[in-house]
Each structure stands twice: as C-alpha cells, then as structure tokens.
Design a protein around this ligand. Structure first.
Ligand SMILES: N[C@@H](CCC(=O)N[C@@H](CS)C(=O)NCC(=O)O)C(=O)O
Length: 112
C-alpha cells in the first residue's frame, strides 16, 4: 500500500533530528512505498496539509483511503519501525495485488 508523505521541502536535510527525515528514513528502512508531497515552509500557506490533518506541522502521512496519521515525528518513526503504520487498515484491494502462481514459475500441475 503506497502512502503519501507530506513533508517540508528541505529534502537535503538528512540528519536524525530533522522531523521529516526521521519519518522518511523509517519508511525507507521498512520498504514502504511512498510518494513525497512537499509543501510550503510558511505555515500560513500550508493549505493542503492543514485541510488533510487539521494542523500545519509536517510530516503527515496520508493513506490511500484519504485518512492521515500525524504524531510527533519520534512517535511516528517508532510506529513505522514497529510495523504498525497501517494498523487495522486492510491491505491493498485484491485486484491490486500481484499473485504469483506455480504456473507463473513454469511449474505445471505435475510439478514439472
Ligand atoms: N516536534 C515536531 C516538530 C515538527 C516540525 O518542526 N516539522 C517541521 C518540518 S520538518 C515544520 O513543520 N517546521 C515548520 C513549523 O513548525 O512551522 C515533530 O517532531 O513532529
């Protein structure tokens, strides 16, 4: 399931204490696919993230169903690390899942 990472535009800031990077690197570490949506630095201009989450701080994670997740970045990082980012959300709909069968591997019913 791909998510959107709403974050600041300071993409070069790749050090541990930077809130957006702290979360982004955990998504990377977990192999979670995401799309970066950068927003303006000025809080007053952060209309997208404000409309989504009701507050103006980055980072915010937007799920495919339009819901969002925002806590302090340390807590967000810990949640991602623990494998609980998606909580009880369903995995991707079945028609979006690539299903490999034995036939795809060239194995027939006889196992040959
Ligand atoms: N304590 C917050 C800080 C979040 C934070 O400062 N985010 C930055 C972007 S990396 C931001 O939105 N800065 C501008 C502002 O707070 O107005 C956290 O860890 O999530």
């Amino acid at each position: 399931m791909a998510v959107k990472l709403h974050r600041c535009s300071v993409l070069w800031a790749k050090f541990g204490a930077h809130p957006c990077w702290r979360v982004q690197r955990e998504l990377d570490a977990k192999g979670i696919s995401y799309e970066i949506v950068t927003g303006p630095l000025s809080r007053k201009k952060r209309t997208v993230v404000s409309a989504l989450s009701g507050q103006a701080a980055y980072p915010v994670i937007e799920f495919e169903d339009g819901s969002f997740y925002r806590e302090q970045s340390k807590e967000m990082a810990a949640r991602i690390r623990s494998g609980e980012l998606f909580g009880s959300r369903a995995a991707a709909p079945v028609d979006e899942i690539t299903v490999m069968s034995d036939a795809d591997e060239g194995v027939d019913a006889d196992g040959g």
